[in-house]
Design a protein around this ligand. Structure first.
Ligand SMILES: [Zn+2]
Length: 406
């Protein structure tokens, strides 16, 4: 059986409590399930929630199984691993602060926890697989997040305000250390507070969020405190950059970079991995020791977080410095041809688009998706906007799509 035609996909929703209940329906006509929050919708072959593909005989099969039996047809290579995960994500309330490992750390951590026979679903298990997890978020609505450490001079400004206001900041935190040591000490201090220290600290800082309510960092502290009243990481807006993405803007989050999504709906594309270490704003397990190994204690220039998209015909390409995924937006107003050779997933953001290959046609309305196997030559017609995710370098992905405009 050759799999050389477009495969309609059915994808799994994640109902995490922080999810928005109506945005995915409003934006993409994706119906809620049992009135539960629609936090995420996963498109990919991750074993935790693989998409289901519809074959030309109407049979359904999960993508991980289909790839295992038709690897070269679908992937174009003998590699059985589906390299990325595409998520719609809609946050109503702030998520935890997270950090993801690099490949070496993930492989080492995964093996170590396997050797210790830590069950995969244990609350204190850090590594669910051996892969790294760089990620990119593309904002569909205004999207607020924290990402990467602020420049040291900004952090010092906030520490000095807190000290001037009579807050007990340990004197070692304002020494003349290297930026790396400065950030390490700060992080360790924040995560090692006892419950009593934390309560006392927050009781003193909270009135300041009124006094300085025009300052975004203080404002964000108040917001985080509303959702996580007993968590010392509500102080993190003083040392993490606060990012606002407008619809159509994206942010690349490298491994080792602490980040938290606060509010908004977006498309998140990442290496296919579920490796998350949490660093606050959570009731879940925090492994402070491992966190200190994974976090990159360097400051992030906000201007470097946002990849600048480039336009090629009607294709907008968001560069990411990894091979695991390549993210593009394709405006369809004339016919396009996708040549065989590599695999892509297509997610319809707007309009009505027909994808045809080997006599099989898949109609994509907004919120619907399909997979184009590597073996498939496809014609794409209609009007609308497609979010296209592929593998490998940008130029190969650009070359795969050709506008057939006369
Ligand atoms: Zn993340």
């Amino acid at each position: 059986m050759q799999i050389d035609y477009p495969l309609k996909l059915k994808n799994i929703q994640m109902h995490y409590s922080w999810g928005n209940k109506s945005e995915l329906q409003r934006l993409f006509d994706i119906a809620p399930e049992n009135n539960l929050p629609q936090a995420e919708l996963w498109i990919g072959a991750h074993p935790k929630a693989p998409s289901t593909a519809e074959l030309d005989d109407g049979n359904l099969i999960t993508l991980d199984k289909l790839i295992a039996s038709h690897t070269e047809n679908i992937m174009g290579v003998k590699d059985k691993e589906f390299p990325f995960l595409f998520k719609l994500l809609s946050a109503n309330t702030p998520l935890s602060i997270q950090v993801h490992p690099d490949k070496h750390q993930a492989a080492e951590g995964f093996n170590r926890e396997n050797r210790k026979e830590i069950p995969m679903d244990a609350s204190y298990r850090n590594y669910k697989d051996a892969n790294h997890k760089p990620e990119m978020i593309y904002a569909v609505t205004p999207f607020k997040a924290m990402c990467g450490f602020r420049p040291i001079h900004e952090i010092k400004e906030y520490l000095n305000i807190l000290i001037d206001e009579g807050i007990d900041i340990p004197s070692y935190l304002i020494g003349s250390w290297s930026p790396e040591k400065e950030l390490r000490l700060l992080f360790a201090w924040m995560l090692s507070m006892t419950e009593q220290e934390c309560t006392e600290m927050i009781d003193k800082v909270l009135p300041l969020t009124q006094k300085y309510k025009r300052v975004e960092a203080f404002n964000t502290v108040a917001l985080l405190h509303y959702y996580y009243p007993f968590d010392s990481a509500v102080l993190s807006p003083f040392w993490l950059n606060i990012i606002h993405l407008s619809p159509g803007e994206a942010m690349f989050i490298d491994v080792g970079c602490p980040h938290a999504y606060l509010n908004g709906t977006g498309i998140e594309v990442m290496a296919s991995s579920d490796n998350v270490l949490r660093g606050g704003l959570t009731k879940k397990h925090i492994d402070v020791f491992e966190l200190h190994n994974i976090v990159r204690f360097d400051t992030v220039n906000v201007t470097k977080i946002n990849p600048i998209p480039s336009l090629n015909n009607d294709m907008l390409i968001f560069p990411a410095p990894v091979d695991d995924f390549c993210f593009m937006l394709l405006t369809i107003k004339n016919n396009w041809h996708r040549k065989a050779g590599a695999m892509h997933t297509l997610f319809c953001m707007e309009g009505k688009i027909t994808v045809t290959g080997k006599g099989v046609s898949v109609l994509l309305k907004k919120g619907k998706s399909c997979l184009l196997p590597a073996a498939c030559e496809a014609e794409i017609n209609g009007h609308g906007k497609l979010a296209v995710t592929g593998v490998g370098n940008i130029s190969d992905n650009i070359d795969a799509f050709k506008s057939m405009q006369a």
